[in-house]
Ligand binder design. Structure first.
Ligand SMILES: [Zn+2]
Length: 339
């Protein structure tokens, strides 16, 4: 274990001169508010996570080359600590090259499986030129200040396809949790469940897998997660008919409130460490609510004793983004290059 931590610290440039010691298995005491913005990028996913300490993570970059970057600038994001590419389909990484070129994040986490598109190549070139380190997509916990990110690993079975090799994340901030599973479909959810990677609910927020497709989230996964709110990253009038009625019924079946970027625009979640959270949408006018039938702003009280406080005992990774070097290395000895 000590060796693993040291190895991780080494690749993050932290071994030679250890920073102020924060125990690897415990983030700093949560205080303030966590912000999560599910960006309106059309048919795709792009989610910005901003900790109370101002640390930032972008999970996926949407289909457009520039929309995610435009959103980040509009939200006043000045730096990114980590970029996560759930899997290399264009509706998830299309905007990442521009984001990585602009922000040069010290660390990038992806599923490690190559793809053959120009979009993927642009992404890889951007990672290489930014000198970002590629993190191993293994089960571990990355901590950024008071926020912990539990990595849900891809199975790494190429024959399952890219959706079922998504990198997922459980965002934890005190008693608040949000789950992000990329475009994971039935096979990956079954595998995550079997391997014990899916947290027991209720989780406060879940990002709909595969844009609310009927072959995204499964009854088993949603039954275990029991999300209070489900956010769907989906484009208006998309050619796939997302979100599908079957998925919406699944979410409603566990009593979840549904918000979706095609109708609500960018969805912003603000959480405190006691598990309270608010969901705000771009257009929260009464007429909009009347039109969509959603409560655009909700405030959900903290959970009672039915939910034991979360521990952080499973953490194995310690994340030191700032000033940790930009050697362009990887922590898996993986040296992907174009061509
Ligand atoms: Zn997708």
């Amino acid at each position: 274990m000590g060796r693993l931590v040291c190895l991780l610290a080494l690749v993050l440039g932290a071994c030679a001169a250890p920073p102020a010691p924060i125990p690897a298995d415990r983030p700093i005491e949560p205080a303030g508010e966590l912000e999560i913005h599910v960006l309106d990028v059309g048919q795709g996913d792009a989610i910005l996570i901003r900790t109370p300490e101002g640390r930032t993570v972008l999970y996926d970059g949407g289909p457009s080359r520039t929309a995610a970057l435009d959103h980040l600038r509009e939200l006043g994001v000045e730096s990114l600590d980590l970029v996560v590419a759930s899997h290399p389909h264009a509706d998830h990484i299309g905007g990442l090259a521009a984001v990585i070129e602009a922000y040069r994040p010290p660390s990038v986490l992806d599923n490690g499986l190559p793809h053959t598109t120009q979009t993927y190549e642009r992404y890889l070139v951007a990672v290489h030129e930014a000198g970002s380190r590629l993190l191993e997509p293994e089960a571990r916990t990355l901590t950024l200040g008071s926020v912990a990110l539990d990595v849900l690993p891809p199975p790494g079975v190429a024959s399952w396809g890219l959706n079922d090799n998504s990198v997922g994340i459980v965002v934890r901030f005190g008693a608040f949790r949000m789950t992000l599973g990329g475009d994971a479909e039935g096979r990956q959810w079954a595998w995550w469940l079997d391997e014990g990677h899916v947290p027991e609910g209720p989780v406060e927020v879940h990002k709909a897998s595969h844009h609310g497709s009927r072959n995204g989230d499964t009854a088993g996964a949603i039954g275990r997660l029991a999300p209070r709110t489900v956010v769907i990253g989906v484009g208006a009038g998309n050619q796939f008919g997302h979100p599908h009625d079957e998925a919406l019924a699944l979410y409603r079946g566990v009593g979840a409130t549904i918000v979706r970027t095609d109708r609500d625009g960018t969805v912003s979640i603000t959480a405190t460490s006691d598990g309270r959270f608010r969901v705000g949408t771009e257009d929260s006018s009464l007429s909009h609510r009347a039109r969509t039938g959603y409560d655009s702003i909700e405030s959900i009280p903290p959970k009672g004793d039915d939910h034991a406080p979360l521990g952080f005992t499973n953490g194995s990774g310690h994340f030191h983004p700032a000033g940790s070097g930009r050697g362009g290395g990887t922590d898996r000895g993986r040296h992907r290059r174009r061509g």
